[in-house]
Design a protein around this ligand. Sequence first.
Ligand code: FMN
Length: 273
Amino acid sequence: MRIGVIMGTGHGSTGTTGALVTQLLERVRAVDPSLTVEVDVVTTDDLDLGPSCPACLSCMTAGEQSCPSFERTSPARALMDAADLVVFATPVHSFHVSATMKRFVDHFAYLIHRPAYVGKPAVLVSTAAGAGHDAALGYLSSAVRRWGFHTVGQLGVNGPGLAKAPYREKVDRALDELVRTLHAQALDPVEPKQTVADLIGFRVARLLVEGGRSEGPVDAAYWDERGWFDADWFSDRPVPKLANRIAAMVEKKIRAGIEEGSAKPWTGGRARG
Ligand SMILES: Cc1cc2nc3c(=O)[nH]c(=O)nc-3n(C[C@H](O)[C@H](O)[C@H](O)COP(=O)(O)O)c2cc1C
């Protein structure tokens, strides 16, 4: 079993998030001592990605090799490519993922157009002083879903709470539960039934790629090679019929919004008088 860990904390493996991931991995090894568990860790700060993604979009139009940070991001890409399951770990910073984790996610934005991890499971872990796991892990789950990953387990832990025995016991139970899921999914991944949001995501990605064909052929060639322009989903997993019909209706509306300018600016969803 090969597990990849993307560690999105400036405190690396010695901080609170790193300690939680270590506990997770120790338990994974303990489930079946006869199984060889290889673990690759990339700490996002070590990738030295600069203050932010340069936002040149060349990864999308000319291919990821043209990103000025391509060489520096490649250890993370190699880790995700080789892993049976990837653990994404972040501290909660201001009710979101850490800036270093966000910078990492931005550097792989081309994977939204060219998903490479369909069928690969992910586990999400966060630590905080007390709040924000839902927003941080909710974001991370949608971000990596766009790259193809599906989240099979999540755990958000409050570092200071670990000093109290009842909380520590609950965290231990949650870790045991997460390890059972991780173990089973890494050895025998099961691609989940697609949700309406997944199917809309597929159609929106297709729309983007179609629309961008003239600016850069890289995305479209990727989709052509895989036959995705004629498909309803990235893999041969059958799509649920009703969900797919709803996604098709939403796609029609989005297309009209783009082509006819009937889309409305975002105002928070409230009617204005
Ligand atoms: C800039 C910054 C923002 C933070 N924001 C939050 C927050 O919104 N909610 C929270 O509960 N803890 C917050 N924390 C606390 C960290 O999430 C917490 O200490 C975490 O466990 C640190 O993990 P690490 O040792 O791996 O860096 C924040 C810490 C920093 C440095």
